[in-house]
Design a protein around this ligand. Structure first.
Ligand code: NAD
Length: 286
């Protein structure tokens, strides 16, 4: 039977998150507390510049102060670490974000490790990753947390469902799997070395694709009535933005699906704002 999946509207859900953030920022303001995010960008990667501009714009709309630190491509590791050290000690800065990827020659792992876990609003630091592992956390990585927010908004239950995550990156796949596990999903993680991928995807009640390849998930890989979440941000052969999922065909089989653009992407930024407010509250013992 052909169906048409319900669209999970990331713009709608992210607006609800941003409205709540704005309310929280206003009520902190009434207590004399301002909320500030420091954003570091190194070099002139155009995609990074777009992401940083979008984050700054979102901060402004939410009433969060954003401070940009745009560093030259030739910045040394030591200069970058010194800046992060200053921001860690700056009591006016609640959250610190260093836009990745960094130019060659800079050590991303060392940079992530140098951000104070209390200000690590991307939740990439090993301390925060460890908290996610044991299911006890203040900040969650923005993309997986945004996805759970969308599932909640649409009343999609995770408990006892077969959940398959394609991708095992530290920023999406692994933490996504942990969050689904915390909600009592039965979770399978697939990756580049998985054999017979379709065996796992076709069993999934909830399928999360975080691969980075256009049209990677085809309709034959998807169970009838599955919830399909497309994390991928790719360009197709015509240069148009697209996800990992063959949207037209899969939306005739799925019960719910996220579009690209307008699905997971807006949730990532909304969660970043939410994490920044959480950081400000924690730092003020609220
Ligand atoms: P990544 O490159 O770190 O990870 C990709 C994963 O895909 C890897 O774990 C790899 O094992 C898996 N993979 C590759 N080929 C595979 C195959 N043939 N079969 C099964 N698995 C395979 O990427 P990432 O940072 O996790 O991002 C994934 C995608 O999500 C990218 O397109 C990225 O741009 C996008 N992304 C979107 C958002 C958002 O806000 N929407 C946020 C982060 C990442």
């Amino acid at each position: 039977m052909e169906r048409t999946a319900k669209i999970i509207d990331g713009k709608l859900v992210s607006q609800a998150v941003k409205d709540k953030v704005r309310e929280d920022v206003l009520s902190l303001g009434e207590k004399g507390i301002s909320v500030c995010l420091a954003v570091i960008i190194v070099g002139d990667n155009p995609a990074s510049r777009t992401y940083v501009n979008n984050k700054k714009k979102a901060c402004k709309a939410a009433g969060i102060i954003s401070r940009e630190y745009a560093l030259d491509e030739n910045t040394t590791q030591q200069e970058l670490l010194e800046l992060i050290d200053r921001l860690n000690k700056d009591s006016e800065v609640n959250g610190i974000l260093c836009q990745l990827p960094l130019p060659q020659g800079l050590d991303e792992k060392a940079v992530i490790a140098s951000i104070s876990p209390e200000k690590d609003v991307d939740a990439f630091h090993a301390v925060n990753a460890g908290h996610i592992m044991i299911g006890d956390y203040s900040f969650l990585p923005c993309t997986p947390a945004g996805i759970t927010e969308m599932l909640d908004y649409y009343g999609i239950e995770v408990a006892s469902k077969n959940c398959t995550v394609i991708g095992r990156s530290n920023i999406v796949g692994k933490p996504m799997a942990m969050l689904l596990l915390k909600r009592n999903g039965t979770v399978t993680i697939c990756h580049s070395a998985t054999k017979n991928l379709a065996d796992y995807t076709s069993r999934a009640d909830i399928l999360i694709a975080a691969v980075g390849k256009p049209n990677f998930v085809t309709a034959d890989m998807v169970k009838d009535g599955a919830v399909v979440i497309d994390v991928g941000i790719n360009r197709n052969s015509e240069g148009k933005l697209c996800g990992d999922v063959d949207f037209d065909a899969v939306s005739k089989k799925a019960s719910y699906i996220t579009p690209v653009p307008g699905g997971v992407g807006p949730m990532t930024i909304a969660t970043l704002l939410k994490n920044t407010v959480t950081a400000a509250k924690l730092q003020n013992n609220l």
